[in-house]
Design a protein around this ligand. Structure first.
Ligand SMILES: Nc1ncnc2c1ncn2[C@@H]1O[C@H](COP(=O)(O)OP(=O)(O)OP(=O)(O)O)[C@@H](O)[C@H]1O
Length: 265
């Protein structure tokens, strides 16, 4: 399964947010979408999921125009992991994961024992089977994020779109979630993941392909190691940054803060 966008234009109503956007995602690939606040990352994701109409260009799933596919057909191929918010109603973590089966069994059908088995398996795959019977609203942010990723796994969609999956997580949970994302898209697993992040180091750590959005355009596309240069990151984020190599050979992004040069947008 592959999702492909060509010369895509995105926006809300008639207000264009971005144009000329091209991307590809297939099995065993991780793509990191980078870009400053408000550049259109969520808008792009909602367009990829068929939740927002595109304003132009082509968008296909295995060659089929997404606009011609039903919500259910898209949901069987592409799962969405939103940022973890506290739900207004009490749900067990297992119930939340079972919601991922809706694309398979229909909105009003009762989940079968097999569906519950799949949901438990998804929790287990993320190392959180012990959370199944816990109240979702009372879980930590990191645990909730993992439950939402389990929901995407239970959906059995080969492509997963994650909107800032590590936002609002503490350092340890951020690393734990990142580690699970790497495992999801490991070679041979047959899954592709596209995630947005505000942390270029995550793209470097995942060895991901990068798409950098800025000013409504893709300003960089390619392997994180070659695309994420100090000059480019400085241009994207508007603050001086350096990229350095650690003793162990990893590239990391560091701020070169000069208080007068940094402006909040
Ligand atoms: N429902 C909406 N109707 C109209 N404009 C919207 C709507 N949602 C977002 N926008 C605008 O679209 C632009 C892009 O927003 P979007 O949420 O896609 O950015 P983002 O890159 O995901 O931002 P962030 O990094 O802060 O989460 C912003 O200018 C925002 O104000």
């Amino acid at each position: 399964m592959r999702i492909a966008a060509r010369d895509l234009a995105i926006g809300h109503g008639r207000v264009a947010i971005g144009s000329g956007l091209s991307l590809d995602l297939g099995p065993d690939e991780i793509v990191c979408l980078l870009g400053p606040n408000g550049c259109g990352k969520t808008t792009l994701f909602r367009t990829l999921l068929g939740l927002l109409p595109r304003l132009g260009g082509r968008l296909t799933l295995d060659g089929h125009d997404i606009a011609r596919l039903s919500r259910r057909q898209v949901a069987r191929s592409v799962a969405y992991v939103p940022q973890a918010h506290t739900p207004p109603f009490p749900f067990d973590a297992l119930d939340v994961v079972l919601m991922g089966r809706t694309a398979r069994i229909g909105a009003f059908a009762q989940p079968s024992a097999a569906d519950r088995g799949m949901a438990l398996q998804a929790l287990d795959a993320l190392g959180i089977a012990d959370l199944a019977g816990r109240d979702y609203a009372r879980l930590s942010g990191g645990q909730r994020q993992l439950v939402l990723i389990a929901r995407a796994l239970a959906q059995e969609a080969p492509l997963i779109v994650m909107d800032e999956p590590t936002a609002s997580l503490d350092f340890g949970n951020r690393l734990a979630v990142l580690d699970r994302i790497a495992a999801l898209a490991r070679p041979g697993a047959g899954r592709g993941v596209i995630l947005s992040t505000h942390d270029p180091d995550q793209a470097l750590a995942l060895g991901a392909r990068v798409l950098a959005l800025s000013g409504g355009r893709i300003v960089a596309a390619g392997p994180a190691d070659t695309v994420l240069t100090a000059e480019r990151l400085t241009a994207i984020y508007g603050v001086p940054l350096t990229v350095e190599r650690t003793a162990s050979g990893r590239r990391v992004c560091l701020p070169a803060l000069q208080s007068s040069a940094a402006t909040i947008t």
